[in-house]
Design a protein around this ligand. Structure first.
Ligand code: FE
Ligand code: ZN
Length: 509
């Protein structure tokens, strides 16, 4: 007799249901040692709504099709010397930062989801995490492949792993993910699937992929589109996890609220790097960080938390601080990158006149009063042959690991620093948000590997000064680090364009 054809949903249920048997030779708590210690109570895993409803067979077919298209475009990009059609070689700084800072996070996500995929007793959750683990491995690989073409033509691309483990600015994304991976399985999915992917990912992905398109980077644009359908599955997982856990037991609400508070703030601090890319590294601009924050957080985020309020969840703590800071953080971050670029794996520059106007237009009086004068002073110093580089190591926040350059919310002339005494040690923070996170988990965060402290202790190859540290990073001025307009990248760019400087004169694509 012919078998009736099963619907995808039925197939999916057959694939996932009945796999979650009760073990008999060993107690369940020994088989699943991690999914209870956080205090999250799950009464019925069968209430889990499978967010993807995708069989492995369909998954492989679908992903393989996407790979074929992606690699066909990457091939033609490289055969046609697509790098020559970029808006301007300054754009490469954004891609270098992405490869050095974000691509490793994709790999961490792969490992993290593979780990928690083993730890949940619910089979639906296990399968969802397993698929996401595969997606994330693919994202790490496709990013490396999309960017690998640039390694033939620009500095900063050939030692991403070496930099990931050494560079001070990369400890920001690295510590973010290591914190998540060092947490329990429910905190991990709340941090990555919900806070990062559901709430904040639009602030990472949309500007980045549109930014690539605006600046002629077909390779990154294509990778971005190829990852986007995965991203929408991940976002579905993020919201499903949170609703499922909140519905299971009222005792879960305060635990989830603490995770949401913590990971909103950590994600927001990490995105300061992305905001800086949008405002300063893209020669052609998509939108400002302040505008993106307005759309993706103040509109979409508010609506989401409105929806979650029926579960007893309130807005993330300190979200008002983040919104007030939107006018400042990218200018502050770029100032630090501008002055500290000899100890990085990328180049920096002062905004061109058309960019200064664009920043004035987007940030109004805030920019003109607090940041334009600073850049103008730097500009005068450059003209006098005295380009300013910092020669000190900064104080770094113990939680987010961003150097302490943020200012008080209501006073942009005053540096924001918080301190906390714990077991006879003094710890420093960039904000109340970061201090709170430490106070909740001091045993974890007192162990943070803080680059400037490690340098002073001699743990950076014995480097004691910034030039020695740059040598340990293997980032010589000119080819890898330092000012853009005296870099090899810029010299090569001129050569390839018959001596013509292609710096745009307008922000529009
Ligand atoms: Fe990913
Ligand atoms: Zn911080």
């Amino acid at each position: 007799m012919a078998q009736p054809k099963l619907s995808l949903k039925e197939k999916y249920q057959l694939m996932t249901r009945g796999l979650d048997w009760e073990t008999t030779y060993q107690p369940m708590d020994k088989v699943f040692p991690y999914d209870k210690y956080e205090g999250i109570k799950i009464k019925n895993w069968d209430k889990w709504e499978d967010p993807f409803r995708l069989t492995m067979e369909a998954y492989w077919k679908y992903q393989a099709e996407k790979e074929r298209k992606l690699y066909a475009i990457l091939d033609s990009f490289s055969q046609n010397n697509g790098q020559l059609n970029l808006s301007d070689a300054r754009y490469m700084t954004a891609i270098k930062l992405w490869l050095q800072g974000i691509t490793p996070l994709e790999y961490y996500a792969h490992r993290g989801f593979a780990h928690v995929g083993r730890q949940f007793r619910g089979a639906g959750a296990r399968v969802a995490c397993q698929m996401q683990a595969l997606d994330e491995l693919r994202h790490a690989q496709t990013q490396m492949h999309a960017f690998s073409h640039y390694n033939k033509h620009f500095g900063g691309f050939h030692q991403a792993n070496h930099l990931r483990d050494r560079a001070w600015y990369l400890s920001i994304p690295k510590s973010f993910f290591e914190d998540a991976m060092g947490a329990g399985p429910f905190e991990f999915v709340t941090s990555i699937s919900f806070a990062f992917e559901y709430v904040l990912t639009n602030l990472l992905f949309m500007p980045f992929v549109s930014g690539a398109a605006y600046n002629g980077d077909i390779a990154t644009t294509t990778f971005g589109f190829s990852a986007q359908s995965d991203e929408s599955r991940h976002m579905t997982l993020g919201i499903e996890v949170v609703k499922f856990v909140l519905e299971q037991h009222e005792d879960n609400v305060p635990i989830m609220q603490r995770y949401i508070d913590k990971w909103f703030w950590r994600g927001y601090r990490l995105l300061a790097l992305v905001g800086t890319m949008m405002d300063y590294m893209l020669p052609r601009k998509v939108m400002s960080w302040a505008e993106a924050w307005g759309i993706y957080w103040e509109e979409n985020g508010f609506a989401l938390f409105n929806d979650l309020s029926r579960y007893g969840i309130r807005m993330p703590k300190y979200h008002e601080v983040a919104t007030k800071e939107k006018m400042h953080i990218t200018h502050q971050a770029w100032s630090v990158f501008y002055t500290a670029c000899p100890a990085t794996g990328f180049h920096t520059w002062l905004p061109q006149p058309y960019e200064m106007d664009w920043l004035s237009d987007k940030y109004g009086e805030t920019f003109d009063r607090f940041y334009r004068p600073r850049f103008e002073l730097f500009g005068q110093m450059e003209k006098a042959g005295n380009r300013f580089f910092t020669n000190r190591l900064p104080l770094v926040c113990q939680t987010c690991q961003v150097p302490d350059f943020f200012t008080e919310v209501d006073n942009p002339m005053k540096q924001s620093v918080r301190h906390y005494q714990w077991k006879g040690m003094k710890f420093n923070f960039c904000s109340d948000g970061c201090k709170d996170i430490f106070v909740n988990e001091p045993e974890k965060f007192c162990q943070a590997y803080i680059p400037p402290q490690q340098i002073y202790q001699g743990n950076a190859g014995g480097a004691r000064t910034l030039p020695e540290y740059a040598a340990w990073l293997r980032c010589p001025m000119g080819s890898e680090a330092g000012d853009y307009y005296s870099s090899d990248d810029y010299q090569n760019w001129l050569k390839w364009h018959g001596g013509k400087d292609t710096t745009p004169s307008t922000a529009a694509a």
